[in-house]
Design a protein. Structure first.
Length: 496
């Protein structure tokens, strides 16, 4: 084995987060690493790469026992980690990023010619023909990941760890990434592939390691483990995640449109979008990345201004100049990027949850802590948010529980419309099931919901109807009884 981690244990403040965890990766192997949020995946990887020190256990790498004290030590040993939020220098060129902190020098000067030629050679090996002198920020997320991989190759990495690498990629970019991983494998590099997307695990991984509650519960070949078995092992219970809603269910709302978007356009990303959502209905919004989904939601919310078209909510045309106007009109927006646009990591669960309604809680310049406490405790109980106390910093919660806090932030405002953009991105299967169930329950209680998702099975399972966008235009709308993943994919490709 290239890597063998066994009996790994780690505790924080007396609480065990890893207990006899294990991970083995062979040379030229793509090993999937899966588990619910809080299963211990990130802690295990941080121990391997020297960000954390283990309490006990053994790590063997390339035939030697290792105990990396810093990430720099693990990098020098041949381990490269590419995180979901790519940690490169966006304003510097592709070539400069590939050789960042290892710039070649000739006669005491930076050898830019060598940097360009070496960068081009490496990227051509990944079938990527780009201008390496342009700033990294001018390229897509997929290309930036290729650059991060190229940087790992120039460091002579023997093991590359990829943490949720496809979360911001469309299907074509995912395939480009997979071609690159296959190239790494053929060149003798092993990969640890961390993902919540089961289809991707089966497409690229040779084996999978499953973690639950800080332990490694199963390791096996991908072709010997069914999806149901995989999810059961992660959850420790039967799969209940994507049970389709009854398309014949009696709607709690009416057929009268509550949200009406008519021929709205803004810049080049939203060209001509129309959609309708009735009261108590979940309206889905589908489309490839760049199709204008999030931009349409931002127009409804007042975060961006439309060039033309009409937006009506509750029969009244809206012209919000700022999100504060939408909030005052009881519209909530759970952003797709909870880390950047959602949570405030250094603040507590209590503070994050009541952020939007602080003006209502302030009396003569002082927060009514009694009222605040009552609201927070109620939503922690109702939504099943797992935290040690309302005063725990939100950054310490799992992704699924962070998402519940963000939902609670808007639910306590008693909204008329809730916009949820990629509500299950980056969270585990069990948390996904809970979030989808919660959204269904809210709609059945009369809340109108606009749900944006790249996971077509989620839209099919949860939505009353789905509007499909392509190149900034609405191209199809499917009612619940005609919804299918094939139809959605065909419309997204504009093949209707």
């Amino acid at each position: 084995m290239l890597l063998s981690m066994s009996g790994i244990g780690k505790s924080f403040s007396g609480v065990a987060v890893l207990d006899a965890a294990a991970l083995e990766v062979g040379p030229q192997e793509v090993m999937g690493l899966v588990g619910q949020n809080g299963a211990g995946k990130s802690t295990l990887i941080k121990i391997l790469t020297g960000a954390y020190r283990r309490d006990h256990g053994t790590i063997m790498f390339a035939g030697k026992e290792v105990d990396f004290a810093t990430p720099a030590e693990s990098q020098r040993a041949g381990i490269a980690t590419i995180y979901q939020e790519i940690n490169l220098a966006p304003h510097r060129s592709i070539a400069e990023n590939i050789f960042l902190s290892r710039e070649p020098v000739r006669f005491g000067f930076l050898d830019r010619k060598r940097m360009r030629s070496e960068s081009n050679r490496i990227l051509r090996g990944f079938n990527l023909d780009i201008d390496v002198e342009l700033p990294l920020e001018t390229y897509s997320v997929a290309t930036r990941q290729m650059v991060a991989i190229a940087r790992a190759v120039t460091q002579d990495a023997r093991l590359v760890i990829m943490d949720e690498p496809t979360s911001s990629l469309d299907d074509r970019e995912v395939e480009l990434l997979f071609q690159t991983l296959r190239k790494l494998k053929s060149d003798g590099v092993a990969v640890v592939f961390i993902s919540h997307r089961l289809d991707e695990l089966y497409a690229i991984c040779d084996r999978v390691t499953i973690m639950r509650d800080g332990r490694t519960v199963r390791t096996g070949r991908m072709d010997a483990i069914s999806k149901i078995e995989l999810v059961r092992a992660m959850l420790g219970k039967e799969l209940t995640a994507f049970t389709s809603r009854s398309h014949a269910r009696k709607k709690q709302g009416t057929d009268k449109p509550f949200v009406e978007v008519e021929h709205v356009a803004s810049g080049t990303r939203v060209r001509d979008v129309s959609l309708r959502i009735a009261e108590g209905e979940i309206g889905g919004l589908a489309g490839l990345l760049g199709s204008g989904r999030t931009e349409t939601a931002r127009l409804i919310y007042g975060a961006d201004r439309k060039d033309h078209g009409a937006i009506r909510i509750g029969g009244r045309e809206t012209n919000y100049s700022h999100p504060a106007d939408a909030i005052a009109d009881r519209i909530g927006f759970v952003s797709e990027d909870r880390k950047v646009e959602g949570i405030i990591p250094e603040m507590s669960v209590r503070e994050n949850m009541t952020l939007a309604m602080l003006p209502q809680l302030v009396r003569r310049g002082i927060v009514d802590q009694g009222a605040q406490q009552e609201i927070v405790e109620r939503y922690i109980r109702v939504l099943g948010i797992k935290c040690t106390s309302p005063d725990q910093q939100i950054r310490e919660l799992s992704g699924g529980n962070q998402q519940k806090v963000l939902l609670a932030r808007w639910l306590c405002m008693n909204p008329r419309l809730l916009i949820v953009d990629e509500p299950t991105r980056g969270i585990d299967v069990g948390a996904k099931a809970e979030i989808l169930k919660l959204i269904r329950t809210l709609s059945e209680e009369g809340l109108s919901v606009l749900m944006i998702s790249s996971e077509l099975e989620e839209l099919v399972a949860a939505a009353d109807h789905v509007t499909v966008l392509s190149d900034g235009r609405s191209v199809a709308d499917f009612a619940a009884d005609e919804l299918s993943e094939d139809k959605l994919m065909g419309a997204m490709a504009h093949q209707n």
